[in-house]
Design a protein around this ligand. Structure first.
Ligand SMILES: Cc1cc2nc3c(=O)[nH]c(=O)nc-3n(C[C@H](O)[C@H](O)[C@H](O)COP(=O)(O)OP(=O)(O)OC[C@H]3O[C@@H](n4cnc5c(N)ncnc54)[C@H](O)[C@@H]3O)c2cc1C
Length: 499
C-alpha cells in the first residue's frame, strides 16, 4: 500500500509528468481515480486539504456574496479529502428523463446528452455512495398493504423515495475521503498528493490545450505538472475560479471566450414551513417523517411532481417532504372541520404536519461567480457570488403544493394550508441545499456552454470538468449520486482517449 504524498515535502521546482491529473478529491475526483485503477494510465490526484478539517485550508474557500441571502462560501463546502461529503446528508435519488430535455417553458434548458448516458453508471455510483440496493423505481410499486402511502386522487403529485448513503460501520453518510483512502492507496497507477492546491491552469500559447498546472502549498512550496490531460473536480465554485483566474494567455480565462464561465450558478432553495398537511384520519406511515431501514436500504418517502405533470403543466421540478407533527390554530381547526363536513368525512382524528422541500430553479446567466479583487493566502483572487432567486420559480413550487392539496381533497383524505404567498414569506428562514451547480455548463454550442457532451472544455482538447458545475439545468433532487455517475462516465471517456 503506497502512502499519500504530502505536497509540502515535494522539492520546489519539481515537474511531474503523469498521463492524467485530477484536480480535487471530492466524490467526483475520488470516483474517477478509483475507476481508472489498474489501467495503463499514470494518474495523479491533487487534493488541497488533508484527511481532516484545517481552518487555514478552509479559509481558501471564503469569498464575497451579494443578492439573495445565501450561505457563506467557506461554510457551504469542505476543503479536505472527500470534499463536501465530509458534511453531506446522504440524500440520494437519480435524475429523471425530463431533467435532461429541452423544455419550451424553461429558458436555457437541454443537456447535450440524456439520462441514458448516465444509466450504465448509476449502479456503480449507488455502490460508491453506499446507498443500498437500487430500489427507487421498485419502491413506487410496493403494495399499499406493505408500504401504505398518503392517499391521493388522480393528479400530478405522487409518493416517491429517497435512499440514503450510510458509511460502513458508521451511522454517518459516506465520507468519501475517510471511506476510500485505503482503496486509493492500493491503486498502483495512482499517486495522491495532499496539501496540493492547484493555482493556475497553464494554457498553451495557441489556447488549444493545458500544458501545465501550477501547484502551491500553504507552507510555500511550488511545483508543477505537465499532464497529458486534466480533469477539474474541485466543485462548481472553485472550478469557475480556476478557469477565470488562469487568464495569462486567454485574458477572459480558460474556456471563457464566450463569457459563460461562472454564469448560471444555482442551488436548490429549501424554504422552511411552506405549508401544513392535514390528514383526516391522522394516519401517516413513519417513513414520511424519518428515514426507515427496509428492504436492505435506508429510505424516506417524499411527494414529487410526476414527469407527465411537469410536461403537461409546464412545471418546474420540486420535492415535498413531511417534516413533523404540528398543532393547528383555531382558524385551522375550523377550516378542517368545515372541509371534512363538506366532504362527509370524519375528522375526529385529524392530524397536522409541517411541510418542507426543495425546488428546481430556472437557469439564470446573471446568477454568477466572478473574481474579486481580494486575494487568498496563495495569491489567488477570491470569488464573488451574485445570488438570485426568481418569484416565478417559487410560484411553480406553490402551484405543485396546490396540486397536492387538490389530490388530497379528491381522495377525501386530507387538505393543505399554504403558508407562502409573498416573496418575503418564502425568503424568511430560506435555507439552501448546498448543491453548487452550473458554472461550467454543458452545451453543444460553445456560445452557450463551457463543456461539450463529453465534458471537455470547448476548444481545449485535454481539459475536462467533473461535478455539478456542468449541469445546464438542475432538477430538484440532490446531486451527488448523479455527480458520481457522470464522473464514472467521464473516466471511461478519458481512458479511451489516453490509451
Ligand atoms: C451541508 C451539506 C449537505 C449536503 N447534503 C447533500 C445530500 O444530502 N445529498 C447530496 O446529493 N448532496 C449533498 N450535498 C452536496 C454534496 O456534498 C456535493 O454535491 C458533492 O460533495 C460534490 O462533489 P464534488 O466532488 O464535485 O466536489 P466537492 O465535494 O466540493 O470536492 C471538491 C474537492 O476539491 C478540492 N479542491 C478545491 N479546490 C482545489 C484546488 N484548487 N486544488 C486542489 N484541490 C482542490 C476540495 O478540497 C475538495 O476535496 C451537501 C453539501 C453540504 C455542504
Amino acid at each position: 500500500m503506497s502512502a499519500f504524498i504530502d505536497a509540502r515535502t515535494v522539492p520546489d521546482g519539481t515537474v511531474l509528468e503523469p498521463d492524467l491529473a485530477i484536480v480535487g478529491g471530492g466524490p467526483a475526483g475520488i470516483s474517477i481515480a478509483l475507476a481508472l485503477a489498474n489501467t495503463p494510465l499514470r494518474v495523479v490526484l491533487l487534493e488541497s486539504g488533508d484527511m481532516s478539517f484545517d481552518p487555514a485550508t478552509q479559509a481558501l474557500y471564503s469569498g464575497n456574496k451579494t443578492g439573495v441571502k445565501y450561505l457563506g462560501l467557506e461554510a457551504s463546502r469542505m476543503r479536505f479529502l472527500g470534499g463536501s461529503t465530509n458534511i453531506w446528508g446522504g440524500w440520494s435519488r437519480p435524475m429523471d428523463k425530463i431533467d435532461f430535455e429541452e423544455r419550451s417553458w424553461m429558458p436555457h434548458s437541454g443537456w447535450p446528452f440524456g439520462l441514458e448516458a448516465l444509466q450504465p453508471h448509476y449502479a456503480r455510483a449507488q455502490t460508491l455512495c453506499e446507498a443500498g440496493p437500487w430500489l427507487y423505481e421498485q419502491a413506487e410499486h410496493w403494495s399499499q398493504s406493505e408500504m401504505p402511502t398518503v392517499p391521493l386522487g388522480a393528479g400530478g403529485v405522487a409518493t416517491r423515495w429517497f435512499q440514503f448513503s450510510k458509511m460502513r460501520g458508521s451511522l454517518l453518510p459516506t465520507h468519501f475521503g475517510e471511506r476510500y483512502a485505503d482503496d486509493l492507496k492500493k491503486v498502483r497507477n495512482l499517486t495522491t498528493y495532499l496539501h496540493a492546491n492547484v493555482t493556475r491552469l497553464g494554457l498553451a500559447f495557441n489556447g488549444g490545450q493545458i500544458e501545465r498546472l501550477d501547484v502551491a502549498t500553504l507552507s510555500g512550496r511550488h511545483f508543477a505538472l505537465k499532464p497529458k490531460a486534466v480533469i477539474l473536480a474541485a466543485g462548481a465554485v472553485e472550478i469557475a475560479r480556476l478557469l477565470l483566474a488562469s487568464n495569462d494567455v486567454a485574458p477572459a480565462g480558460v474556456g471563457n471566450a464566450n463569457d459563460v464561465v461562472g454564469r448560471y450558478f444555482a442551488d436548490h432553495p429549501i424554504p422552511r414551513d411552506i405549508g401544513t398537511l392535514i390528514l383526516f384520519d391522522g394516519k401517516l406511515a413513519p417513513y414520511y417523517l424519518n428515514t426507515q431501514t427496509t428492504h436492505g436500504a435506508i429510505l424516506r418517502a417524499g411527494l414529487f411532481p410526476s414527469e407527465g405533470y411537469r410536461r403537461s403543466k409546464a412545471m418546474l421540478d420540486s420535492s415535498i417532504t413531511i417534516e413533523s407533527k404540528t398543532l393547528l390554530d383555531a382558524l385551522g381547526k375550523t377550516t378542517v372541520a368545515t372541509t371534512a363536513a363538506a366532504l362527509g368525512v370524519d375528522a375526529g382524528k385529524a392530524t397536522a404536519f409541517t411541510l418542507g422541500g426543495g425546488c428546481e430553479v430556472t437557469p439564470d446567466p446573471d446568477c454568477r461567480i466572478t473574481l474579486d479583487s481580494a486575494r487568498d493566502a496563495l495569491g489567488m483572487p477570491r470569488v464573488k457570488l451574485q445570488m438570485k432567486l426568481s418569484d416565478s420559480d417559487l410560484a411553480h413550487f406553490r402551484a405543485t403544493l396546490k396540486e397536492l392539496g387538490r389530490q388530497l381533497l379528491a381522495a377525501r383524505a386530507g387538505m393543505i394550508r399554504l403558508n407562502m404567498k409573498e416573496r418575503g414569506q418564502w425568503l424568511t428562514g430560506l435555507d439552501w441545499g448546498n448543491h453548487h451547480m452550473g458554472t461550467a455548463r454543458a452545451h453543444v454550442d460553445p456560445k452557450k456552454g463551457v463543456v461539450d457532451a463529453n465534458l471537455q472544455v470547448h476548444g481545449v482538447a485535454n481539459l475536462f470538468v467533473a461535478g455539478s458545475a456542468v449541469y445546464p439545468t438542475y432538477g430538484a433532487v440532490n446531486p451527488t449520486l448523479s455527480i458520481v455517475a457522470m464522473a464514472l462516465r467521464l473516466a471511461d471517456h478519458v481512458k479511451g482517449l489516453l490509451k
